[in-house]
Design a protein around this ligand. Structure first.
Ligand code: FAD
Length: 488
């Protein structure tokens, strides 16, 4: 390991899931001086986090291996690792007839851990990487330095702090909050070990119909679940399936270009109406023999961080009110393997989707009586369930999060919720904004908490772009170039 000078600055990375691990890699490779990089993460292994730390074999990445490299200049890095480690030899189902690969989610976590181990031994900036297995509970700021408070009472002094906390714990809808002490109520669907205690014949209600519900249906079926599976969501919308065709333009180009092809062709849409109009025009050009709606949709998606921040707050709110649920249904897609499980469960009559608004849930003896207002109208409808699982998605406001780090930051005015309630407020570089709107020099955020600012921030290329933007701000290249410019 490289020997650091006693004055090497300390970079504290709070959270060691994909974003925290990718940040450690990129800072170690590309900082213009040696750093002491300390990743604060309570989990034993870095790189996995909530999405990719779960060893459940049935859970798959919802996009192909090509999308999951952390390196813009080497988009096949994860795909190459899968082959080198013979991961696919033990997971034949990962490879589709088309040749597209949808690996297990846990494989990405293990790949990131391996990359981090490699970079800990040697990296271009001569930095060190340490894992501090704690929870960060607070942040204190002096003029140009910071102290991260840790569970157990310790403190880490740092020159810069990068917050990579991912999504908050799932939000619990008000109608389900009365169930809090029930052992057959699962408020956190990502704790899949709790599925082991569900009797196979149990009637299971999943509230919410997004990718999490799809994952849980697959995880229950993999356990031999034979009881009814009911999915209730307001509109009855379900995630679309992945693109059966290979994408014609590389995602890194679309995400990193100042003017991606969508913007070049249609300009910057002024609001959701214009964006939809442009998408319709792009879809009309699709040749169904060689392509599908996914291609123009993805071109729009990858341009979102270019145009979303230009929208006025009222246009952003219009999108959230009218378009978001539709956008999400096409944006967050089931991998084909999971889609097949859903289709089989539906064909067997085991899985039924209901559209309507949850009204009331009562525990009756050993089961729950659930009433909902059907979307189609009419009288309240009832469902009986032995187990209820919350699949409604994460809680988005740091101010009401259960995470002690966010709570303290908000309480002390060191940060504030984004105006639309979508994560933490940051500036265009990713630097946190204090309650009074001024930007921190040395505290930034990457990944899901930056949703409100960038509109798209959770897929790997968006996360990496956020990391490189913070790197450019903290350790600028001597020639003034930007790391978010793709190598030609
Ligand atoms: C279930 C699920 C599946 C997904 N599937 C995909 C996919 O297939 N492809 C894709 O591109 N994206 C996927 N995503 C999007 C995902 O958000 C990103 O890909 C990425 O994994 C986010 O990583 P992260 O490190 O920002 O967040 P996380 O994975 O949530 O990691 C945050 C880490 O912070 C730690 N932490 C929390 N609080 C503290 C604290 N106070 N102190 C210290 N550490 C703390 C947590 O332990 C955790 O490890 C998925 C997301 C979810 C939730």
């Amino acid at each position: 390991m490289t020997r650091l000078s006693s004055v090497s600055p300390t970079l504290a990375i709070v959270g060691g899931g994909f974003s925290g691990a990718a940040a450690a890699l990129h800072f170690a490779r590309e900082a213009t001086r040696p750093l002491r990089i300390v990743v604060i993460e309570p989990r034993a292994q870095l790189g996995g986090g909530v999405a990719h730390g779960n060893p459940e074999p049935v859970l798959r990445l919802n996009a192909t291996d090509a999308l999951h490299s952390p390196y813009p200049e080497s988009p096949s890095a994860f795909a190459d690792w899968l082959r080198l480690e013979e991961e696919l030899a033990h997971d034949a189902e990962a490879v589709e007839a088309s040749g597209l690969v949808f690996a297990r989610r846990h494989a990405l976590g293990r790949f990131m851990a391996a990359e981090l181990a490699k970079h800990s031994k040697h990296n271009a900036s001569g930095s060190t990487i340490e894992h501090l297995p704690h929870t960060a509970t607070g942040l204190r700021c002096a003029d140009t330095s910071y102290a991260v408070e840790l569970s157990g009472g310790g403190v880490l002094a740092a020159d810069k702090v990068l917050v990579a906390l991912g999504w908050n714990a799932p939000a619990v809808p008000p109608e389900l909050q009365t169930l809090h002490d029930h052992d057959r109520w699962l408020p956190d669907p990502w704790e899949t070990t709790r599925l082991n205690n569900i009797p196979r014949q149990a009637r299971v209600l999943l509230v919410g119909a997004g990718l999490t519900a799809s994952d849980l249906v697959a995880a229950l079926r993999a356990r031999g679940h034979s009881g009814p599976l009911m999915v209730l969501s307001r509109r009855g919308l379900r995630p679309a399936t992945q693109n059966p065709f290979r994408s014609s333009s590389p995602i890194w180009e679309r995400v990193f270009k100042d003017q991606p092809s969508f913007i070049q062709t249609y300009g910057f849409p002024a609001g959701p109406r214009e964006a939809l109009r442009a998408l319709r025009k792009a879809m009309a050009k699709v040749d169904p023999l060689h392509s599908s709606w996914h291609t123009p949709f993805d071109e729009l998606r990858d341009a979102v961080p270019q145009f979303w921040p230009r929208w006025t707050e009222s246009e952003q709110k219009r999108y959230l009110r009218h378009l978001k649920v539709w956008y999400d249904a096409f944006r967050f897609r089931n991998p084909p393997q999971i889609e097949r499980v859903l289709k089989a469960a539906e064909a067997e009559g085991q899985l039924v989707f209901h559209a309507g608004r949850l009204r009331e849930v009562n525990a009756v003896g050993h089961y729950f009586k659930v009433h909902y207002q059907p979307r189609a109208g009419g009288e309240l409808a009832a469902l009986d369930a032995d187990v209820i699982i919350n699949c409604t998605g994460p809680q988005l406001r740091p101010s009401t999060s259960t995470n002690p780090f966010w709570r303290q930051i908000i309480r002390d005015g060191l940060g504030r919720d984004h105006a639309l309630g979508l994560g933490i407020d940051v500036d265009a570089r990713g630097h946190l904004l204090r309650a009074d709107g001024t930007a921190h020099d040395g505290v930034a955020a990457v990944g899901p908490p930056t949703l409100g600012r960038f509109g798209e921030c959770t897929a790997v290329p968006f996360i990496v772009k956020g990391i490189l933007s913070v790197l450019d701000s903290w350790y600028p290249l001597p020639d003034g170039g930007l790391r978010t410019t793709l190598p030609t």
